[in-house]
Design a protein around this ligand. Structure first.
Ligand code: SF4
Ligand code: SF4
Length: 436
């Protein structure tokens, strides 16, 4: 079987982002394959731990991808401060791959940033790395590609649990494991009332539901006390983000001046998007366009704005309104890196202080102990594209690794596999519930 089919069968999707099916990237022809080991979300260290403990698998995945895409070269991005990861990975790199040492800034793991740092090339506005002959894969995706090469499907996920827990750590969990079980495995919480940032405090979502489950794209859980600054900020009703913004934004433009996409030369200007909150009848369609190329990194809201307003959320809203109105913004100006870009980068340590997270800024060492769960709820949509179609019915007994959901014919999607052995308790269009 060729690699593409193995990746497709194994249900590999981008583990570091929105879950783009990996067989599509593996099927392209490019000049560079980039390994993304930048990991810049505060407190999340699972990629770092994966690089320390599974360098052979990660570099094997990279080699397989270089071969399948006929790439000239591999480029492996790791932060310069992660000396141990650099020396571990370096031992396994063949002559085709070079290391790209990255600074400790947020968001150095953003694809546009990484491609620019590693190749000096700029992705066209609203484009993808493929447009300039690159594919980018997170290190965990490369690990999963190496496993797929051995015909092992994606049934587990490495996750970092940090913040207000007794044992901040990184470990593999079966896909579909509840947050409740995961938090217990991290020693339990150190506070009674808490919220959970899923995927990180900058780009993740906030939940209070312990029954939510891990999917193929969940990078980490950050637990914070309910009265923490970030929970209060994130937990404001959406209406008040925009109501306060309308009256309090003084158009200082700091949000734009710190925006990493703006500094790379893209027409993202959140201060102009903020204008559309106040002038909804006279030009919102014009100002909203300045949000189209925003990558939702959250820096404008959580770092730049001196008034604690919500420019990132205004950009989210603007993008939705643009889609609904059928307006597509096309940048006319050539992309040109801002001369002050280097001087405006945001050091991760400084961001952590601003977010009031310094008390939680600790290591999250890898725990190789196998987490035992007797119940998993496996969503059939954990990726970009169409949801998988259930292949099993209530009452059936399934083996770990058995395919339980498949991509509908001719559609973009990813297969889904049982992450534990057990009996199917429920099978719907949305999920499969298995109990052992
Ligand atoms: S930084 Fe804040 S106050 Fe300044 S323009 Fe942006 S949203 Fe308005
Ligand atoms: S979230 Fe804000 S800082 Fe980040 S890309 Fe969007 S506008 Fe720029």
């Amino acid at each position: 079987m060729v690699l593409l089919d193995k990746i497709f069968n194994a249900g590999v999707v981008g583990a570091g982002g929105a879950g783009f099916p990996s067989h599509i990237k593996a099927n392209s022809k490019v000049e560079f394959v980039l390994a993304n080991g930048a990991e810049c979300e505060p407190l999340i260290h699972k990629d770092y731990e994966l690089m320390l403990h599974f360098p052979k698998e990660i570099t094997k995945g990279l080699e397989l991808l270089i071969e399948s895409t006929s790439a000239k070269k591999g480029l492996f991005g790791i932060k310069e401060k992660n000396v141990k990861a650099i020396s571990t990975i370096s031992k396994y790199l063949n002559g085709k791959t070079e290391l790209t040492k990255l600074g400790d800034f947020y968001p150095s793991g953003d694809e546009f940033e990484l491609v620019y740092e590693a190749t000096g090339k700029l992705i066209p506005p609203a484009g993808i790395p493929l447009d300039i002959g690159c594919v980018v894969n997170n290190v965990e995706t490369l690990y999963n590609i190496a496993q797929a090469g051995k015909e092992i499907p994606v049934t587990k996920k490495i996750i970092c649990v940090a913040g207000a827990v007794k044992k901040p750590s990184s470990f593999f969990v079966p896909i579909g494991t509840s947050f409740k079980d995961i938090i217990e495995f991290a020693g339990g919480t150190i506070v009674k009332d808490f919220g959970i940032f899923v995927g990180g405090v900058m780009m993740g979502s906030l939940t209070f539901n312990l029954n939510d489950v891990v999917t193929k794209t969940t990078a980490g859980l950050i637990l914070l006390p309910k009265d923490h600054y970030l929970i209060k900020r994130k937990n404001q009703p959406e209406q008040s983000w925009h109501r306060i913004g309308k009256s309090a934004c003084d158009q200082c433009s700091y949000c734009t001046e710190f925006c990493p996409r703006y500094l790379l030369g893209y027409q993202v200007e959140p201060h102009k998007v903020m204008r559309s909150l106040g002038f909804t009848k006279t030009g919102s369609a014009v100002w909203n366009q300045m949000a189209e190329l925003c990558c939702a990194c959250g820096l404008c809201t959580l770092y730049a704005c001196p008034e604690d307003l919500y420019p990132k959320e205004a950009c989210d809203k603007a993008k939705t309104e643009m889609r609904e109105a059928g307006i597509k913004f096309v940048q006319q100006k050539p992309v040109k890196v801002h001369p002050i870009k280097e001087g405006r980068r945001v050091p991760l340590k400084q961001l952590i202080m601003k977010l009031k997270l310094q008390d939680y800024d600790v290591e999250a060492p890898f725990n190789s102990e196998k987490i035992k769960v007797n119940k998993v709820k496996i969503p059939l949509q954990q990726h970009i594209g169409k949801p998988a179609e259930a292949l099993v019915k209530k009452g059936e007994v399934v083996e770990e690794g058995q395919m339980i959901g498949e991509v509908p014919d001719g559609e973009l999607g990813a297969n889904i596999h049982a992450s534990i052995k057990g009996k199917v308790k429920e099978a719907t269009k949305e999920f499969i519930l298995i109990e052992s």
